[in-house]
Write a protein that binds this ligand. Structure first.
Ligand SMILES: [Zn+2]
Length: 111
């Protein structure tokens, strides 16, 4: 699972989606922004435990759908105080993988 995410994100490095940023904040006041690409391609994350939850997406035909949600957890040492900074990727694995697979091909392929 983790390897799939790393290789998909590397293949999609030019995808604008991966240029979004996550802010990491430490208790000591240190903060930094890293891109989704850095987060995913660097492999410095753990695939969390899958949980079942009722979808908040409500349509006319489906209103009680149970979905699986697997979080990606990032932890990184604060360069200032050495404490661990934890962050959760804003998109679950189940949503992320199709997003990376749907990504348009690299325009360079068409010359
Ligand atoms: Zn700190």
């Amino acid at each position: 699972m983790k390897d799939t995410i790393i290789s998909l994100s590397r293949k999609n490095r030019t995808n604008n989606f991966l240029k979004n940023k996550i802010q990491l904040k430490c208790k000591c006041g240190f903060s930094e922004k890293i891109t989704y690409y850095d987060f995913l391609s660097g492999g410095k994350f753990d695939v969390g435990q899958t949980t079942q939850m009722v979808s908040t997406y409500i349509s006319e035909s489906i209103y009680d759908e149970t979905i699986r949600v697997t979080p990606l957890n990032l932890s990184r040492k604060c360069p200032v105080c050495g404490e661990e900074i934890r962050a959760v990727f804003p998109i679950s694995v189940e949503n992320l993988i199709p997003m990376l697979q749907m990504a348009p091909p690299d325009p360079l392929m068409y010359g």
